[in-house]
Design a binder for this molecule. Structure first.
Ligand code: ADP
Ligand code: MG
Length: 618
């Protein structure tokens, strides 16, 4: 231990300590307040001094530190490096290197160490190490490196396409993804004008948007079609971003990020088409459709607009749903709405509904829970059953007719025979009892009336026995007019013909059809006890139909009578049989025609439509 080498070493150590003590006052501030850790070692690597920053880095107080040797401060894998640099310093070289130090509690601190040899009397007596904590610096560097790496990975592998252009629109950079998105290698696009790749229909818009981005120094988004190398176009969404110099505020270049949205566009277009089809199905469905939430009408289809008698959809959208439902049905409607609101579909149920003009109609209504504009709503299907009800009524009527027909046949035959006998005997008796002549006249006229009823009944009884021939309708009507003119004149009625057609040939049983017009004209005359005018119009209805309109200026009929027209034996006249209209209806229908009645206080109009034998030009 006390050999000559040891002696030299301890002498150097003394020199070092003295040197440090002598210079202490001179460097005190620099030493104590230095941000960097400073520790001094003798040439054997024993610590002799450490400043407060070193204490902070290492975790050792100065007294503890001076017990330490250099190797204890560093983890094993660093010791070699540290000693290498230490020895170089002992040999007089300044050294700077990065390493890790193990602090007192075992944590690692990144340091940059500068070793400064301390020279006293021309010999190196120790090494001063200035240790800068570079943990934070290293972390930041690592972060920057990571970001750079990430950027590289992104641009190289991006599904998006990045294109940089100069102010003139020339492409100066393109990301590698260009190759698999558009098919061009970067050489094929560099220096090309960017607009030459844009679909001609989109070019002008693209140009304007780019100009805006440049002049406003703002990002701009847009979608347009880009030409691929194979000549096809794909829809791309682009974000166009001007890069601005921080000092001059001039735009340096424009970076655009493109994303292939052809698939998205296709899916969107398909969805749109599907929606349109769905909308058409709903709009033109034979049922009215309403989408409602609470009492609010959110949507109504074309059919609905028509069924409720509205001119436009808007007229209905401003209404409340309850305004369309007859008061008698409000309770049941509320109950059913509750069911649908709770997620249950209801069955069709017959409602009385109200049109916008206040008239009512019957409809079957079904409610289905649905989602409309992302919120729960009710899908209401409304089936107008007015027509069906009418047909039902018609059916009922024709049933009544056939019963009446059967009855009539029976009655007519049964009554006719005894009547003939009575008539014969009456004539005999009349010849014998001259004085009772007035009574016989009464009996005679009553008998005539019975005969009239019977003959009308018989027409009814044999509707199927038609004798069809081709007849000119104009002359048929003219002949009926002539027949009734006298009776009309006697009642102060004038029959006017408002047609100048020469002929309308129809196929019909002449006598039956005559009966129809006689019935109609007789009713008209009878409706005008104080006189008036009957007009007869005759015109083409369609290419194979003819229309007759017979109008009178009589008293007309209230609705309750109008509704009962055609019922057998329905009459309002003292002398009436109540069979005329019923028979007329039946005859017209047997001829494949239709008959309709309109009436108000000013008169009645009867429309008869019949098929023609030939086509008529409309
Ligand atoms: P009748 O003439 O024997 O009463 P109809 O069947 O011909 O029987 O007519 C039935 C009823 O229809 C008539 O009683 C009358 O009330 C009404 N009517 C028919 N035509 C007219 C008309 N042109 N104007 C007013 N009421 C009419
Ligand atoms: Mg009549």
């Amino acid at each position: 231990m006390n050999g000559p080498v040891e002696a030299i070493k301890s002498e150097k150590r003394m020199l070092l300590i003295n040197y440090l003590n002598e210079n202490k006052s001179r460097y005190e501030t620099l030493f104590t307040f230095n941000q960097d850790g400073i520790f001094t070692m003798d040439i054997e690597g024993h610590l002799v001094q450490g400043n407060p920053a070193f204490e902070k880095i290492s975790g050792y107080a100065e007294e503890e530190a001076t017990q330490l040797k250099l190797q204890f401060l560093f983890p094993i894998d660093q010791v070699n490096k540290v000693f290498h640099h230490f020895h170089q310093a002992v040999l007089g070289q300044f050294q700077n290197f990065d390493c890790k130090m193990a602090n007192k509690i075992g944590g690692l601190v990144d340091l940059n160490i500068t070793n400064i040899p301390i020279c006293v009397n021309d010999q190196i007596v120790g090494v001063c190490a200035v240790a800068r904590d570079i943990t934070e610096l290293k972390r930041k560097k690592e972060e920057v490196r990571k970001i750079e790496e990430m950027q590289r990975v992104l641009t190289d592998n991006l599904l998006d396409l990045i294109i940089s252009t100069n102010l003139q629109g020339e492409i100066i950079y393109v990301s590698p993804s260009c190759e698999y998105i558009l098919g061009y290698s970067s050489d094929e696009v560099i220096k090309q004008n960017f607009l030459s790749f844009v679909h001609p229909d989109d070019a002008e818009r693209t140009f304007i948007i780019r100009k805006e981005a440049l002049s406003h120094h703002e990002d701009r988004r847009d979608c347009y079609r880009i030409r691929k190398k194979n000549g096809t176009f794909i829809w791309m969404e682009s974000l166009c971003k001007p890069i601005i110099a921080s000092d001059t505020l001039h735009v340096l270049e424009v970076v655009s990020v493109f994303r292939d949205i052809s698939e998205r566009t296709r899916v969107e277009e398909e969805a749109k088409k599907r929606e349109e089809t769905y909308r058409d199905i709903v709009e033109y469905s034979p049922d009215a459709v309403i989408i409602a939430r609470e009492n609010e009408i959110l949507f109504i289809n074309e059919t609905g607009t028509r069924v409720f008698g509205a001119a436009t959809k808007q007229d209905l959208l401003t209404k409340e749903l309850s305004e369309l439902i007859h008061l008698d049905y409000h309770e049941i409607a509320k109950k059913r709405i509750r069911l649908v609101t709770n997620g249950e579909a209801t069955e069709f149920y017959e409602y009385k509904l109200i049109r916008l003009d206040g008239t009512t109609f019957f409809a079957e209504v079904k409610g289905i829970p649905t989602i409309f504009q992302n919120k729960p709503a009710r899908h209401i299907i409304i089936r107008d059953i007015t027509e069906r009800k009418k047909t039902q009524e018609l059916l009922l009527n024709s049933e009544k007719l056939s019963v009446a027909g059967q009855l009539a046949a029976g009655i007519a035959h049964e009554v006719r025979n005894p009547l003939t006998a009575i008539k014969g005997f009456l004539q005999l008796m009349e010849a014998q009892a001259e004085s009772d002549k007035p009574y016989f006249e009464i009996i005679q006229s009553e008998m005539d009336r019975i005969e009239l009823i019977l003959s009308e009944l018989l027409v009814l009884a044999k509707p199927q026995e038609l004798k069809i021939e081709t007849v000119d309708l104009v002359s048929l009507i003219d002949s009926v007019k002539t027949l009734l003119d006298t009776q009309a004149n006697m009642n102060g009625v004038h029959i006017e013909r408002l047609y100048n057609a020469k002929n309308f040939t129809i196929k019909c049983d002449k006598n039956q059809l005559k009966q129809v017009f006689i019935n109609i004209l007789k009713n008209a005359i009878e409706a005008m006890p104080k006189g008036g005018i009957v007009t007869i119009e005759l015109k083409k209805h369609s290419f194979n139909k003819v229309k007759l309109l017979i109008k009178d200026t009589g008293n007309g009929m209230p609705v309750h009578i109008l509704r009962r027209l055609g019922e057998p034996f329905f009459t309002t006249k003292e002398e009436g049989t109540g069979l005329g209209i019923m028979i007329s209806k039946q005859i017209v229908e047997n001829h494949d025609g239709t008959i309709h009645f309109w009436s108000d206080q000013k008169g009645t109009m009867i429309e008869v439509i019949l098929p023609t034998a030939q086509y008529v030009e409309v």
